[in-house]
Design a protein around this ligand. Structure first.
Ligand code: PMP
Length: 375
């Protein structure tokens, strides 16, 4: 089976050697700490390292203002538990990250979707949505979004922050892919824009993760909330798991301190860029005119739609019997889905595998078309 489905880091690109060294270091240097209960907000040592790492994203933050979480998924959950009541409205891009939709749903919130197409965000529609109801949160994945791979341009980020301030909406900026940019220039985070351009320190909760750059099995993410929200979020986390794994935090902390992350990021970016390009090239070769593709500047996902309107779920059925899989795009919609959309993850598809993956996909598409013609 060739999988274009999972949004996972490539197993061959995880720095197992560096993580092993960091693990040994943690076990030898901090035995009194790593096996013990820890602080809910996270180990100071790791929070200092994260603060230094954030400087590269243009975010200057005190370690005390960083809340370590059990993956960024937990950060989304504690935000939802803290701020959302049954029936509250949350604005989300359409399509958006499936597990965020699940979190908002579990919190009893209503997700209100706004379309983002090739022309960008329709702000007239956004205004009319906000005019009809009180919106509490706006959830955004501004860099190389899951699933669409899209990056919000600076002008849209500025307009979104201004819109959020005007309607008193709290922005949740989910940024697990921000370190994985392959082309183009860094775009300032919503967190930074709110602070620097609008002098607003209470508008954005920034969330990120070590899952895509280090190892998802560590289950470590972090959250930078406005200062006044730190303690409520910390209390919500405490009720969930007391604290994130102390051992994992020391491993990540020593790994960052070793200075290996910069080189690892260079290697990841080079490898993922070539995987992305190989998949795009294979699609152009074997599926000309079949898929309208979004080409992302980073991250892990290509987003496409069948130009002839083919139902992606029917294609998936055929694809599975030809040992290739992907995710139909419909799962990422909170409103009416585009049934012919698909998400293709390139992170685990080496350039030598891309041709075979797309050839199998092409057969599956052909079979689906034949079956449809017979009906
Ligand atoms: N947000 C987005 C947009 C994601 O794609 C993911 C992982 N698929 C997460 C959050 C959660 O990641 P983790 O909990 O591993 O940090």
């Amino acid at each position: 089976m060739i999988s274009l489905a999972g949004g996972i880091p490539a197993p061959d690109l995880i720095d197992t050697e560096g993580l092993e060294a960091a693990t040994c270091h943690a076990i030898k240097s901090a035995p009194d700490n790593i096996y013990q209960y820890g602080l809910t907000e996270g180990e100071r040592f790791l929070r200092e390292e994260i603060a230094s790492h954030m400087v590269a994203q243009g975010i200057c933050v005190e370690p005390d203002h960083i809340l370590v979480t059990t993956g960024s998924q937990q950060a989304l959950d504690i935000v939802a538990r803290t701020f959302l009541d049954e029936g509250d409205s949350v604005l989300v891009e359409e399509p958006t990250y499936l597990a965020a939709l699940q979190v908002f749903d579990m919190a009893g919130a209503n997700t209100i979707a706004f379309q983002v197409d090739q022309h960008g965000i329709d702000f007239t529609r956004l205004e009319s949505l906000a005019a009809k109801r009180r919106i509490k949160l706006m959830y955004l994945v501004p860099n190389f979004s899951n699933p669409t791979g899209r990056t919000l341009p600076l002008a849209e980020r500025m307009d979104l922050v201004e819109f959020a301030i005007r309607h008193d909406i709290l922005i949740v900026e989910d940024d697990p892919y921000g370190d994985l940019r392959y082309d183009g220039d860094h775009v300032a985070s919503l967190f930074k824009i709110a602070e620097q351009s609008f002098n607003s320190k209470h508008r954005v909760i920034y969330i990120s993760s070590f899952s895509k750059t280090l190892a998802p099995g560590l289950r470590l993410g972090w959250c930078i909330p406005p200062e006044s929200y730190f303690h409520p979020l910390c209390r919500a986390k405490q009720s969930m798991d007391l604290h994130s794994s102390t051992l994992s935090q020391y491993i990540a902390g020593y790994y960052l301190k070793s200075g290996r992350l910069d080189n690892r990021l260079k290697l990841l970016k080079k490898a993922y860029k070539s995987r992305r390009d190989a998949l795009i090239k294979a699609i152009a070769e074997h599926l000309p005119g079949t898929l309208e593709l979004n080409v992302p500047e980073g991250g892990m996902f290509l987003w496409g739609r069948f130009s002839n309107g083919l139902d992606a779920s029917l294609v998936l059925k055929q694809a599975l019997s030809h040992n290739v899989m992907f995710v139909p795009g419909k799962y990422f919609y909170s409103g009416t889905p585009d049934l012919s959309s698909i998400r293709l993850s390139f992170s685990t598809i080496t350039p030598s595998l891309a041709d075979e993956a797309v050839k199998r996909l092409a057969i599956a598409i052909q079979k689906t078309e034949q079956l449809q013609a017979q009906e």
